[in-house]
Design a protein around this ligand. Structure first.
Ligand code: SF4
Length: 438
């Protein structure tokens, strides 16, 4: 084995535990540093500062800068130290959401031991040296170990149940802390304050160790595959070690235009049991069951299950084609052309304003003014420009339309809408009668 081992990141465990080829396939692919990632880092740095200041507001007897509440940091750049870049400025919204996480963690830590941004080494768990991660918060109670993870995104809802990242953090923490005390249970938490999601899951230490065994087996396969690919080339990887699936492909850097196994998986899921009706039927095909022209509700459900993954795959394919062409590579049958021009804008707004003013148009219709929206008014409240009493008065003027129907799985906790087809038919009948009358 090479001296330097592939990094088994806990946040990527869904990939390398489900698909042994993922680490090899991701190697050398560019990191996508997005605005969201910087926002997340800033929120984590803010939460860390607040919790650390609450644990110890002094440094060698002198009060620390900052504060013990997220709002104390509004307008500051908590990432400025240590990360090599300033990150984002803390806004009222960010402070609000981070405060929710801080309040929950702080309440659970009351009377217990709190460790903030704790490095956890899980090398012994997976049997590969140099593997570690950072847990956002760890709480040690007399018989329980808690691991907390703050997710600042607004996208996919994440649950703590069977969460591989949290279990690896927990196993790493157990390795380090079980020499000091025995734990009966391990409780894991996901905090997604921006979408109001707080998920909690508890397991016994034995159950967690059973997961650790599984992690060790899959880690070994993923690391071996990465070593083989590095030594002998990516094309030498065996097809058996690829295991495409929604959870693992969603965040894989090889997804959408690099990984053939994933592309085949999507093609197969779309093809399903359908017969190509443009071709003559093969004699062995049972025409009674296979030659269908209208998709049944069952088939529709099967296709719908794959819709998100296929959309995300297509997005990746488009991005890869664009990247290939803009870097001068060939994609047969495609080329770059000049796109639609952007919206018209004043080259120099000041000059345009002066020119328009000079025209002295009747009624001076050269400016637009728009009333602020309820969320913008609420921001005035948060910034102190609006009193609570005035906000309460404004609140009575706010209306909100019902949400439009959305498709959800049967497992969704929201009750199904009561759709009355008979009533719909009545409406259709009435519309038809009206049409006839006209
Ligand atoms: S895209 Fe999916 S199948 Fe391909 S390597 Fe990544 S996780 Fe595995």
């Amino acid at each position: 084995m090479p001296e330097q081992h592939a990094k088994l990141s806990p946040s990527g465990a869904e990939k390398w535990m489900n698909c042994s080829a993922s680490i090899a396939m991701e190697a050398g692919q560019p990191e996508e540093g997005s605005e969201f990632a910087i926002e997340g880092k800033t929120a984590h740095a803010l939460a860390e500062s607040v919790l650390r200041n609450r644990l110890d507001p002094t440094l060698r007897g002198r009060e620390l800068k900052g504060g013990q509440n997220a709002a104390d940091y509004i307008g500051t750049y908590p990432l400025a130290q240590g990360e090599g870049h300033a990150g984002l400025q803390v806004t009222h919204d960010m402070a609000d959401f981070v405060q929710r996480y801080v309040d929950t963690v702080w309440a659970l830590a009351d009377g217990n031991t709190l460790l903030v941004e704790q490095r956890v080494d899980f090398s012994d768990v997976v049997g590969v040296p140099g593997q570690f991660g950072t847990a956002d918060a760890i709480i040690i109670t007399p018989n329980e170990l808690q691991v907390h993870d703050l997710k600042f995104g607004r996208g996919v809802k994440v649950t703590a149940e069977n969460n591989k990242q949290l279990q690896l953090y927990a196993l790493g923490a157990l390795e380090q802390l079980s020499v000091l005390q025995d734990f009966e249970t391990v409780r894991m938490f996901i905090h997604q304050p921006r979408i109001g999601n707080e998920s909690e899951w508890a397991v016994s230490v034995e159950e967690l160790r059973a997961f650790g065994k599984q992690a060790r087996e899959t880690a070994s396969m993923a690391v071996d595959a990465a070593d083989v690919a590095e030594r002998e080339g990516i094309d030498t990887l065996s097809a058996d070690i690829f295991n495409p699936g929604e959870e693992q492909c969603r965040w894989c850097k090889a997804s959408g235009g690099r990984c053939k196994a994933e592309a085949q998986h999507h093609l197969d899921s779309m093809a399903g049991d359908f017969v190509d009706l443009t071709q003559p039927l093969a004699p062995q095909i049972d025409t009674a069951t296979k030659r269908i022209t209208v998709i049944s509700p069952e088939e529709l459900a099967e296709l719908y299950k794959h819709a998100d993954a296929i959309e995300s795959f297509c997005k990746g394919v488009r991005a890869r084609v664009m990247s290939e062409l803009t870097t001068g590579h060939t994609v047969p049958g495609f080329k770059l052309v000049q796109g639609k021009p952007g919206n018209r804008a004043w080259g120099d707004e000041k000059v345009a304003e002066e020119t328009l003013k000079a025209f002295r148009i009747k009624g001076n219709p050269i400016y637009t003014q728009k009333l602020i929206s309820p969320p913008q008014a609420e921001k005035l409240l948060k910034s102190g420009s609006l009193s609570e009493r005035r906000w309460k008065k404004l609140e009575t003027l706010i209306t909100r339309a019902d949400g439009k129907p959305v498709v959800a799985t049967d497992a969704d906790p929201r009750p199904a809408l009561d759709i009355n087809p008979e009533k719909d038919f009545e409406n259709v009948d009435a519309a038809e009668a009206a049409a006839e009358f006209i």
